[in-house]
Design a protein around this ligand. Structure first.
Ligand code: ZN
Length: 356
């Protein structure tokens, strides 16, 4: 089937027309195309840069449930997902051409008892990290996920999992495999070691300081703050009755989070939209994360770009261009207005197939 869409593009607000043949975009008219959208806004398929397909509210889910999660993301317009670690092998989803494209980071890598139970590969000795990273790099789709810090129950507070020299060797090992590395980080202390070791991205990053923001700018490190998941910090603190220092730390990180992410944005750290869907956050909430990014000072255009064209460029996937896969979202109104528009696309088009 040949399709035709016509509207205004973003970020440049220019009139555009695309033709779609065999799932691919054409800038040149093709004969016999049916016009399925005329008047409104046309945006490259949205990106959730941090989610977990295969994880639900109660931990790992079966493949059928993972498919439902991916459908939920698609219907919200999220057509490219960076899966930031999943214990469930979702590679069979790649055979479903009605599901979003997934960039996998393999399994989370952690130390014993230093992450949510049952989710990570737990390394008995930290010297195993470089080999484990290389293995996950070969398994995944270009990313590896480390747990950078977590509560250390001996200490009673958040603490780094890895020493600096091990991190350097591990991140070098990933880069040698052609993969990028990211890490879950809540607190202040784990950040310098990770950034100095050349990590490519920081997830959450609530403990950023002026010094570590400057380090990120120097190293070109990206940030995916997952702001809608940070809203769970007060509840996590409240549940941690046996660890008062940890609870106080989580409350403090929560209180300062918006100011720290705003400072990172002001300093020029590249920020992308990720919901962290898959455990404490439901799938399909990219619109809420886009709005949250506006609340830390991103312009409406930049906040949408952080979940669309800019995120695609960062992940090495095309936006809207001649010959690119036809993955796009059409809105009757300007999607920069906010979640009310973003959550109600007129059309979602994935691999040239229309989902209303
Ligand atoms: Zn996550």
């Amino acid at each position: 089937m040949r399709l035709h869409v016509k509207g205004l593009s973003l970020p440049d607000q220019q009139p555009v027309e695309w033709w779609i043949v065999d799932g691919v975009l054409s800038a040149e008219p093709v004969s016999g195309a049916e016009t399925v959208f005329d008047g409104g806004w046309i945006v490259p398929g949205l990106v959730d840069a941090h989610c977990h397909v295969g994880l639900g509210e109660h931990g790992p889910v079966d493949v059928d449930e993972a498919i439902v999660q991916a459908q939920t993301e698609r219907d919200a317009g999220a057509l490219l997902l960076r899966d930031c670690g999943s214990p469930v092998d979702t590679r069979s989803l790649d055979d479903h051409d009605d599901l979003p494209r997934i960039i996998r980071a393999g399994r989370h890598l952690a130390r014993p008892k230093r992450y949510a139970p049952g989710l990570a590969l737990e390394l008995e000795d930290e010297s195993q990290l470089p080999d484990a990273v290389a293995e996950q790099a070969r398994w995944g789709d270009g990313w590896v996920k480390l747990v950078g810090d977590w509560i250390d129950r001996q200490v009673g507070d958040l603490a780094p999992l890895w020493s600096d020299d091990v991190l350097k060797a591990a991140i070098d090992a990933a880069h040698a495999e052609g993969a990028r590395v990211t890490a879950h980080v809540f607190s202040e202390d784990a950040l310098p070691g990770l950034i100095n070791a050349g990590i490519d991205c920081i997830e959450h990053g609530t403990g950023l300081t002026d010094d570590t923001i400057e380090l990120m700018v120097e190293h070109g490190t990206a940030l995916v703050p997952t702001l809608i998941n940070i809203e769970n910090f007060p509840g996590i603190a409240e549940a941690a009755v046996r660890y008062p220092s940890y609870a106080a730390h989580m409350r403090d990180l929560y209180a300062r989070c918006h100011a720290r992410v705003a400072a990172a944005h002001d300093a020029g750290v590249p920020i992308f939209a990720g919901t962290d869907a898959g455990s404490m956050v439901a799938h399909g909430r990219i619109a809420d994360e886009i709005d949250a990014l506006k609340r830390v000072g991103m312009s409406p255009t930049d906040a949408l770009g952080a979940a669309s064209w800019n995120a695609r460029e960062w992940l090495g996937r095309p936006a809207l261009e001649h010959g690119a896969p036809a993955d796009l979202v059409c809105y009757a109104d300007d999607p920069r207005q906010g979640a009310a528009v973003v959550n109600n696309p007129a059309l979602v088009i994935l691999r040239g197939r229309v989902f209303a």
